[in-house]
Design a protein around this ligand. Structure first.
Ligand SMILES: Nc1ncnc2c1ncn2[C@@H]1O[C@H](COP(=O)(O)OP(=O)(O)O)[C@@H](O)[C@H]1O
Ligand SMILES: [Mg+2]
Length: 379
């Protein structure tokens, strides 16, 4: 008759079980919660999963049972699953990163005063970047400290539109963003060779975005705008994970077909639990020189349609923030790196964008309402 197995023997068997995703022994990853060995040789193993509903749970359960059953003297093996606490998960992450704690994203901290807006659209070419840079310029002109992240890997155009031709400087492990028109700008385009198209898959993009947010020295920003790639892809989910407080701005044209795609881009926030700040309709109409007539080149009503549909889907009032008319000078300004809101603040398109900016952010913050990190002294 074989004797009861020892904890050591069981632990040794458990060290042969690898987490299927991390590919390291579960004993190294802090995943073994407990080992109970009864006199009759039955063994109960407690296992911490890294996340609740881990898709690999079945596999881990099976591998652990198999490994433990092989130990001499074990009559039966059972597994009890538990889930790591936030603390344990952080510890694991630090361990996986070779002992280095993750750099913080300042905008994700609960006491951050920076308003973050992610500008999204269903399709490309609707003026997402043009709206982003003009909003940024309007906000800067209104006295806010503004930063822009160009996260549109397929069509990064923000640096050109803002005339930010400099490259970021690296100081130690910090990246200093170039500035144009008082706006700090960082773009995926600054990290790629020449004008090569980038084939970036989800994880790389996530990593790049994380770096833009944690390694770039933004200073004390009032507003951060992010120009997202068109569509409802991975990046929207990355933004939600990295910056849960970011609000989405959806840009669309008046066309109904464009509106439907734009709505899908906004509806993803139902899953990511982000707020939608509102919808901007761009290229709404054209007013020929010397006339007051509004010519609706691209149809009508798309912006309102998206706002209404999102209101229904999300169960919250989503406003149409404004309708920006077509203006050739807006395009020219983009080509020259001089946003129209700065070169001609009186243009109708500029006025619309400036008023959207004001409504989104309000007045520049003074000391009132600011957390100074001190407590009042008692008298
Ligand atoms: N309101 C507008 N009036 C005139 N041209 C515009 C307007 N909005 C965008 N454009 C032009 O349309 C093109 C696409 O705009 P862009 O901002 O690059 O779109 P996206 O970022 O959605 O792909 C650019 O050439 C831009 O200058
Ligand atoms: Mg663009």
């Amino acid at each position: 008759m074989s004797s009861t197995p020892t904890t050591e023997q069981v632990q040794k068997a458990l060290s042969t079980v690898h987490d299927p995703e991390i590919r390291r022994p579960i004993t190294d990853l802090g995943m073994v919660k407990s080992v109970d060995i009864a006199d009759d040789g039955s063994v109960r193993v407690g296992i911490y999963l890294t996340v609740a509903g881990c898709p690999m749970r079945g596999r881990i359960e099976k591998d652990v049972t198999e490994a433990v059953t092989k130990v001499a003297g074990v009559t039966s093996a059972s597994v009890e699953l538990d889930v790591m606490s936030d603390e344990q998960r952080k510890e694991l992450q630090t361990k996986l990163r070779g002992g280095q704690a993750e750099k913080e994203i300042p905008f994700a901290k609960p006491n951050s005063l920076t308003k973050v807006f992610a500008v999204a659209s269903g399709k490309g070419g609707v003026g997402k970047s043009s709206v982003t840079v003009n909003l940024a310029a309007a906000l800067a002109a209104q006295g806010h400290k503004v930063g822009v992240v160009d996260a549109d890997i397929y069509g990064h155009s923000v640096p050109r539109m803002l005339g930010a031709s400099d490259f970021p400087t690296k100081v130690e492990d910090m990246i200093l963003p170039p500035t144009a028109h008082d706006i700090k700008v960082i773009s995926v385009g600054m990290f790629t060779q020449g004008n090569q198209p980038v084939v970036w898959r989800g994880p790389m993009l996530h990593r790049a975005l994380q770096q833009f947010l944690s390694d770039v020295y933004w200073g004390d920003l009032d507003v951060l705008l992010m120009d997202l790639p068109p569509g409802t892809g991975d990046i929207a989910i990355s933004v939600a994970q990295l910056l849960p407080g970011a609000e989405l701005i959806v840009v669309t044209t008046p066309q109904q077909a464009a509106a439907e795609v734009a709505e899908r881009a906004g509806a993803i926030t139902a899953q990511t639990h982000q707020r939608v700040a509102g919808v901007i309709e761009n290229m709404s109409y054209y007013t020929p020189p010397g006339s007051d007539e509004k010519v609706h080149l691209f149809g009508e009503g798309g912006g309102q349609t998206v706002a209404d549909a999102l209101t229904k889907t999300l169960g919250a009032q989503i406003p149409l923030l404004g309708q920006v008319p077509l203006d050739t000078r807006l395009r020219e300004g983009g080509d020259e790196g001089k946003p129209l809101v700065l070169t001609d603040p009186e243009a109708e398109a500029s006025k619309v964008i400036s008023s959207i900016a004001e409504n989104l952010v309000g007045r520049p913050r003074g000391l009132a309402g600011m957390q100074l990190g001190i407590s009042p002294t008692k008298r």
